[in-house]
Design a binder for this molecule. Structure first.
Ligand code: C2O
Ligand code: CU
Length: 460
């Protein structure tokens, strides 16, 4: 049921965003080469390019189509996205379509395709089954390649969704630069870099340092957020701005949820309806704050992310969000099979490494599952610091966290598991057999061994 409108005076101008509201953060898009409205067909090239991140300093980055982040890819639920990819980087790469339920052969890991060599091409054909906010990134040397700038957002739209505000895709990331403005090496600080997770010294929103977004007071914006940083968590604080979470990794929630801030571990997504206040506020600094993922009690200092310039030249009638966004049926657990996974740290060959069930990726056993079955995974973080757990290919429904029922039903593919905490989730393997991966999405941790493979076998 929609709330009744208030009795404000007639609107002076239509409730549209201020002119040029997203000019500073607008993401590039690629021409669609296929006239069929259900098929989006694009050409995408990975290439080294220069970009001015710090004012007056141009930095050589690794990019999709010449910019960080890469182009925004947009498709329709029920349609297809076809990407003709060319690798012009100096080393092999692939593209992983994080979160999409696609055929295994399109997953972009080295388990399913040979890395595309410099000068090579590959066509990814992606059926778009679920509306939502996704992203794409390499799955070869991923912590280094993502850290150099290879990532972009992918949005799958559903025309049947209720209108929730003016869409604003926001890619959060960071980049590590030296004094001269050159990229720090991907293996900066060696083992310590892997272990702590490399955090860049420049925070970026859509590739910009502290850009400005304009908002009309009282008019909702639909922020579509991804944390594309290789290791840095995002805690986003927007003082005075009303925030309602409406979607997570796998599309809409069941009901809008008021939140005080956005928290996203690397790899996670969230959509938030953000409404700037109607009382004269001017410019709102939206900031990053530290998530103390090592539980050391000494947070890093807050840093600016972007400014929200609030314009009040028109009265906007307040609009309530729909009470329900959609139904998410609970997975049937009556025949669910158990699986138990521990995220571990250990010593292998005299070196501290991270792993799954006591072994690093290099020595990991293969885990087996079957199409058509449902499982309940218990994933226990046995280390003293947090890990965002990511399963490829399938969404899961969180059930319990730290012994308590998970507060709502939602579709996730990446979820932070705090130190010494156990997550239980349910997953159903629909008919997409193959070799899927699961790993920590602090990509430096994945490199240090916290990664394993799940072989989902066909039914017969
Ligand atoms: Cu976003 Cu295996 O990755
Ligand atoms: Cu980790």
């Amino acid at each position: 049921m929609l709330a009744t409108a208030c009795t404000a005076a007639p609107v002076a101008s239509p409730p549209v965003p201020p002119a040029g509201w997203d000019d500073q953060v607008r993401l590039a898009q690629l021409p669609d080469l296929d006239p069929d409205p259900a098929v989006v067909e694009v050409e995408l090239t990975a290439q080294v390019a220069r970009q001015e991140l710090r004012p007056g300093v141009s930095t050589e980055l690794w990019t999709y189509q010449g910019a960080v982040p890469g182009p925004l890819l947009v498709g329709k639920k029920g349609g297809v996205l076809r990407v003709h990819f060319t690798n012009q980087l100096p080393e092999p790469t692939t593209i992983h379509w994080h979160g999409l339920r696609i055929p295994n052969a399109m997953d972009g890991t080295e388990a399913v395709q040979a890395p595309i060599p410099p000068g090579g091409t590959f066509t990814y054909e992606l059926p778009l089954l679920d509306a939502g906010t996704y992203w794409y990134h390499p799955h070869v040397r991923s912590s280094a390649q993502v850290g150099y700038g290879l990532y972009g957002m992918l949005i799958v739209e559903d025309d049947n969704e209720p209108p929730l505000g003016d869409p604003l895709p926001l890619v959060f990331s960071d980049v590590g630069l030296d004094e001269q403005g050159n990229l720090r090496p991907g293996d900066d600080n060696g083992w310590f870099g892997d272990y702590f997770g490399r955090e860049g010294n420049l925070l970026l929103i859509n590739g910009h340092v502290r850009p400005t977004v304009k908002a009309r007071a009282g008019l909702p914006q639909r922020w579509q957020l991804v944390n594309a940083a290789r290791s840095r968590y995002l805690k986003l604080i927007a003082p005075g701005v009303s925030l309602f979470q409406v979607a997570s990794d796998g599309g809409l929630l069941e009901v809008p949820r008021p939140i005080g801030m956005v928290v996203l571990a690397p790899g996670e997504r969230m959509e938030v309806v953000a409404t700037a206040p109607t009382a004269g506020v001017g410019r709102i600094p939206v900031r990053w704050e530290d998530v103390d993922r090592f539980h050391v009690g000494v947070p890093q200092a807050p840093m600016p992310l972007f400014d929200l310039e609030v314009i009040e030249d028109a009265a906007v009638e307040p609009q309530a969000l729909p009470e329900r966004l959609r139904e998410i049926p609970a997975l049937d657990l009556s025949r669910a099979l158990p699986r138990s996974i521990r995220l571990t740290e250990m010593v292998e060959d005299g070196v501290g490494v991270l792993g799954v069930n006591g072994v690093s990726a290099a020595h990991a056993e293969l885990y087996h599952a079957h199409v058509g079955t449902t499982e309940i995974w218990e994933v226990e973080n046995t280390t003293g610091y947090d890990h965002p757990f990511h399963l490829h290919g399938f969404f899961f429904q969180p059930l319990m966290m730290d012994g308590r029922p998970y507060p709502e039903r939602e579709w996730k593919d990446t979820l932070n598991i705090p130190a010494m905490t156990k997550l239980a989730f349910a997953v159903e393997y629909d008919d997409r057999p193959g070799m899927w991966m699961f790993h920590c999405h602090i990509l430096d941790h994945a490199d240090l061994g916290m990664m394993a493979m799940l072989m989902v076998a066909p039914t017969h």
